[in-house]
Structures are given as structure tokens and as C-alpha cells.
Design a protein around this ligand. Structure first.
Ligand SMILES: Nc1ncnc2c1ncn2[C@@H]1O[C@H](COP(=O)(O)OP(=O)(O)OP(=O)(O)O)[C@@H](O)[C@H]1O
Ligand SMILES: [Mg+2]
Length: 278
């Protein structure tokens, strides 16, 4: 579904033509329909309706504890909703899928410390049943893609935070995912490394056409990366704002962030978060 079609379907279903609605449903990769989730009787997510199109980058923001990670876990099939349905590619999602990769903030825990960079990437290829003879070439190509061509023999403990996060991304790309689910993946990195990785992610995603579900605390990061930004309200977690980001691509760390439209969106999101935290 195009962003416009998705927004239109959500905002004003009655105004969409039958044909347009059919197209919107066909193009959607991840669909939340009336999704609620409770932990031990406490509602954490309430009535979430959200349709994410193929190749769309959707960023989720909201105050701490509002349910962002929970929503991501529901979208990956790691958690089942208490009520409502999550559909993936038109079929109900029943559990984690091999073609959906998850990138965690805590790269230290995501990587195996006793395997080298090449060994960590190899893990995903082994899991996918790629024959040994093909692996070395695939590993070299993946490490090059994420800017680590000369670090294949290093162990995670010998790499900086940015390098370890690149490695985690390489391992995820080895799965050839159709969707990347990312939970504050750059949250622990310094500002420069963070911006580099944002741009690398956008390039990789543009080349692969993968759909991205990206959780972040950083409002500017959400606007910079996203086709759409969803703001969640807390207690219980529910959608409070949905912004379509029409900034041109490829985005640029200086020009995009200086654009009046970027500043307008930043203001709108900032006001939303201030209100949500009250
Ligand atoms: N397994 C669990 N059992 C019980 N409660 C949980 C569980 N996981 C999360 N919660 C609760 O659900 C709510 C939402 O948590 P979640 O981790 O999704 O928030 P978040 O928006 O990702 O927060 P943060 O920005 O701090 O990462 C919180 O109140 C949390 O305490
Ligand atoms: Mg979280």
C-alpha cells in the first residue's frame, strides 16, 4: 500500500473507492486489526489498527513504557495479541518468521562473543541451510555491504559499538529479510556513528526493498528515516498521532534536517510527546 493509500484507508475508509481499498489491502505487508494486549490483566496495547505497506519505513515513537517494544514483539509474532489479529503478507501471523529479521539495541547480547565477525554472519547462513562452499563469498559480500570488509576475523569484543551494530545488521541481512524490525538499534551509539548508520540503513533498505518497523526515542531520527511516524500514547498504549513524511529521498543529514517541512514535523511531534508525557 502506498503511504497515502494507507493513511486514507485509516482516516476515511468511506471515502476510498472499492478498487483503491482492494489495492491497499493487497499491498500491505503487516496489518494490525484491533490489536490489544494485556500482561496479567493490565492492558498494555489497546485497539491498534495499523497497516504497513511493502517497502514502507514506519517509525514508532512514544514515552518510555508506552508499549513500543511490545508492539514490535507483536508485529514479529514473538507475542500473540490478547484480542485482534496481526496479519503478515495477508495471512494471520502465528509466530516468528525466518524472513523477518530483528535488530536489537543491545548488540552486545545479540552477537556471539566466541565467534568472529565472519562467524556471526555465518550463523544466519547456516540456519538458512546455505552450503559451506557458498558461505565465505556471501559473508565477504555482507561484511562489505555494512562497511566491515577488513574486520572478518575480529571478535565482537575487539569492535566498537558502531561496528558491532553494523555486524548485527549484516547478520540480519544474511537472512534476506522482507522486513526488518528494529528496536532502538542506534540508541547506544554516539551522534556521528548514529547518523552514519541511519544513512547506511536507508541505502540498504532502498536497495533491498525491505519493509522497516523502527522503534526510537529520537524524534528527529524517526522523521529522518520514516515514510510515516506513529506516536503512541501511554496507559494503555494506543495510537495518538500519525504523520506522513513527504520529505524527498535520498535524505541528507544536513539539507533534510534544515528543511522547513522537517522542522514543522519535528515541532508537531515534539508537542505530541510533551502532551503524551503529561
Ligand atoms: N513481559 C512483560 N510482563 C509484564 N509487563 C510487561 C512485560 N513487558 C512489558 N511490560 C509492561 O508493558 C508496558 C510497555 O512496555 P514496553 O517495553 O513495550 O515499553 P516501551 O515503550 O518499549 O518502553 P521503553 O521506551 O522504555 O523501551 C510497560 O508498562 C511494561 O512494564
Ligand atoms: Mg522499549
Amino acid at each position: 500500500m502506498t503511504t497515502d493509500a494507507a493513511t486514507e484507508m485509516k482516516a476515511a475508509p468511506s471515502r476510498m473507492s472499492g478498487e483503491k481499498r482492494m489495492k491497499a489491502a493487497r499491498d500491505s505487508l503487516i496489518e494490525f486489526a484491533g490489536v490489544s494486549l494485556a500482561f496479567a490483566g493490565k492492558t498494555v496495547l489497546e485497539s491498534i489498527d495499523l497497516s504497513i505497506a511493502r517497502s514502507e519505513i514506519v517509525c514508532i515513537v512514544g514515552p518510555s513504557g508506552c508499549g513500543k517494544t511490545t508492539a514490535l514483539r507483536v508485529a514479529t509474532g514473538l507475542l500473540a495479541p490478547t484480542s485482534g489479529v496481526v496479519a503478515f503478507n495477508g495471512a494471520p501471523l502465528r509466530g516468528p518468521r525466518r524472513d523477518v529479521a530483528i535488530v536489537f539495541q543491545d548488540y552486545g547480547k545479540a552477537l556471539l562473543p566466541w565467534r568472529t565477525a565472519a562467524g556471526n554472519v555465518s550463523l544466519a547462513l547456516e540456519a538458512a541451510g546455505i552450503p559451506r562452499a557458498e558461505r565465505a563469498q556471501r559473508i565477504a559480500a555482507l561484511l562489505t555491504k555494512v562497511g566491515l570488509p577488513h574486520h572478518a576475523d575480529k571478535y565482537p569484543s575487539q569492535m566498537s559499538g558502531g561496528m558491532q551494530q553494523r555486524l548485527q545488521i549484516a547478520r540480519c541481512l544474511a537472512q534476506e529479510p522482507i522486513a526488518l524490525m528494529m528496536d532502538e538499534p542506534f540508541g547506544a551509539l554516539d551522534a556521528m556513528t548514529r547518523q552514519e548508520l541511519q544513512d547506511e540503513l536507508l541505502k540498504l533498505v532502498a536497495a533491498s526493498g525491505a519493509t522497516v518497523f523502527f522503534v526510537t526515542h529520537d524524534l528527529e531520527e524517526a522523521i529522518y528515516l520514516g515514510d510515516r511516524v506513529i506516536g503512541l500514547l501511554p496507559h494503555p498504549g494506543r495510537i495518538g498521532v500519525e504523520l506522513t513524511i513527504d520529505l524527498p529521498r535520498p535524505r541528507d543529514q544536513v539539507a533534510t534536517r534544515e528543511a522547513p517541512e522537517f522542522l514543522r514535523l519535528r515541532r508537531e511531534l515534539y508537542d505530541f510527546i510533551k502532551g503524551a508525557e503529561r
